[in-house]
Design a protein around this ligand. Structure first.
Ligand SMILES: Nc1ncnc2c1ncn2[C@@H]1O[C@H](COP(=O)(O)OP(=O)(O)OP(=O)(O)O)[C@@H](O)[C@H]1O
Ligand SMILES: [Mg+2]
Length: 266
């Protein structure tokens, strides 16, 4: 087991935002977390990496690789985050500093995680870009010189570079058009197969859930109301809210995304 969230409650001073949530993610699985806006998906995922905004308190246990992350110091957590646990966000632009090139970003990420040899880091930059189908030449460019899809590819490359055990992907296609979004997920799925990481995948898009998830948990108003294997949830939802969510989703489309090879080869 990679991640075990046990009876976690997250609250601000005013109210409880996540209540008594438990979930477990196995090695290498794609775990989809779905549910209405504001139901607590993001803050739950942030609690796993001690990324919560100040003022939010967590109770319960969160075991990552057998270690209770809620008991780790900030410093200890920093060694886990990035190496063993990494995040990809919807707001990819916010993950990049405008005045640093893509190569510098990838270099600094490796340096921050203990890769001391400049040669090894240079090789890492090349490998990272290659791993997501981007030309090495992009290393010399600034973030604003890349498209949203290309930047999100760099985010994936970065998040998976050090072969983490768990990648948390929070609505990573929301800011992209649907073709780019599909390509990004195909790429994430390929990199997942190559590295064997587990993925905690937060989304509102049921097409992506059907295509990639192994298991699904549904959140509503801070609680997990239903969870189980993909087919059980999609084809035999028990909870009225899950039924409504699935019914409201656009018609599920199984077609393969196209053009994965072409996009981004600048
Ligand atoms: N720093 C914070 N302080 C107080 N309340 C917060 C804070 N961050 C989030 N919240 C509240 O916690 C609740 C859950 O927010 P969260 O961002 O986890 O929802 P979500 O399920 O990710 O929604 P979406 O699908 O829109 O991204 C919301 O009511 C939100 O307003
Ligand atoms: Mg969210």
């Amino acid at each position: 087991m990679i991640l075990s969230v046990e009876q976690v409650t997250i609250g601000s001073r005013q109210k409880k935002l996540v209540q008594n949530v438990s979930l477990a993610i196995q090695k290498g699985e794609w775990f989809a977390l779905v549910g209405q806006s504001g139901s607590g998906k993001s803050i739950l995922s942030q609690a796993v990496g001690q990324m919560l905004a100040p003022g939010l308190n967590v109770e319960g246990n969160i075991f990552f690789n057998g270690q209770n992350v809620l008991e780790l110091s900030k410093k200890e957590m920093r060694t886990v985050r990035g190496r063993k646990l990494s995040y990809i966000f919807q707001d990819y632009q916010g993950s990049f500093t405008p005045f640093r090139t893509i190569g510098q970003h990838l270099d600094e990420y490796q340096k921050a995680h203990g890769i001391h040899s400049p040669q090894a880091r240079m090789a890492g930059v090349r490998e990272a870009l290659q791993s997501v189908g981007l030309s090495e030449e992009l290393a010399g460019r600034y973030p604003f010189e890349l498209s949203g899809g290309q930047l999100q590819r760099v985010s994936i490359a970065t998040a998976l570079l050090l072969a983490p055990d768990l990648v948390i992907a929070d609505e990573i296609t929301t800011a992209l058009d649907s073709v780019s979004g599909n390509q990004i997920l195909e790429l994430l799925a390929r990199r997942q197969q190559e590295t064997g990481c587990a993925i905690l995948f937060i989304t509102h898009d049921w097409r992506h859930v059907r295509r990639y998830a192994d298991r699904i948990a549904v959140m509503k108003e801070g609680e997990i109301i239903e969870s189980g294997g993909k087919h059980r949830i999609l084809d035999h939802p028990q909870h009225l809210y899950t039924k409504q969510l699935i019914k409201a989703a656009p018609v599920l489309d199984h077609r393969l995304p196209s053009g994965l090879q072409e996009e981004g080869k600048a």
